[in-house]
Design a protein around this ligand. Structure first.
Ligand code: S3P
Length: 161
């Protein structure tokens, strides 16, 4: 059994993922953390130094390496399903779960977060909202290909599966 958790930045994948894994008796892998452990760079710093394209190439490799894993919940980065054939790969190799969250909740969480993310970090609220709304509108059709869609704002979400 393999679950891929997908959704926008700040939707709570890294919090919900370990809970789901524990509830199901599965392992847990966070793709961004695996990237940082392998390449010894924080993701945001890697973006600054090498650029997004280089990140997406390595991110796709990390994702493809999950083909060999089993009994695991894999939390992906917000952009992971939206590049190359990654969403097709995810759908072919496990059950995709989209943790959906409305723009207002994402903005509120982004403003409270101390975890630096590329592009959004340090933006004033109005610009942050506009950037999140625009990017989510672009990405959501891809996220919505997931067969399971959960409400990320519902604290009971973990009880559903
Ligand atoms: C990104 C999301 C991040 C990380 C990278 C790019 C994105 O992951 O992969 O900073 O493009 O949405 P989280 O969704 O875990 O923050």
């Amino acid at each position: 059994m393999k679950y891929y958790l997908i959704g926008y930045m700040y939707s709570g994948k890294s919090t919900f993922g370990p809970k789901l894994a524990a509830a199901k008796g599965l392992g847990f892998v966070d793709l961004d953390q695996a990237f940082e452990a392998k390449y010894h760079y924080e993701v945001a710093r890697f973006f600054e130094v090498f650029g997004e394209e280089a990140f997406r190439k390595l991110e796709a490799q990390m994702l493809h390496a999950t083909a060999a894993m089993d009994d695991v919940v894999i939390s992906t980065g917000g952009g992971t399903p939206c590049h190359g054939d990654n969403m097709d790969f995810i759908l072919a190799h496990g059950t995709a779960i989209y943790l959906q969250m409305p723009v207002d909740a994402l903005v509120e969480r982004a403003l409270r977060s101390r975890h630096v993310r590329p592009r959004l970090h340090g933006l004033p609220e109005a610009e942050m909202r506009a950037a999140i709304a625009a990017e989510l509108a672009e990405r959501e059709p891809i996220y919505l290909r997931a067969p399971v869609i959960l409400d990320g704002t519902d604290p009971q979400t973990g009880g559903i599966l």
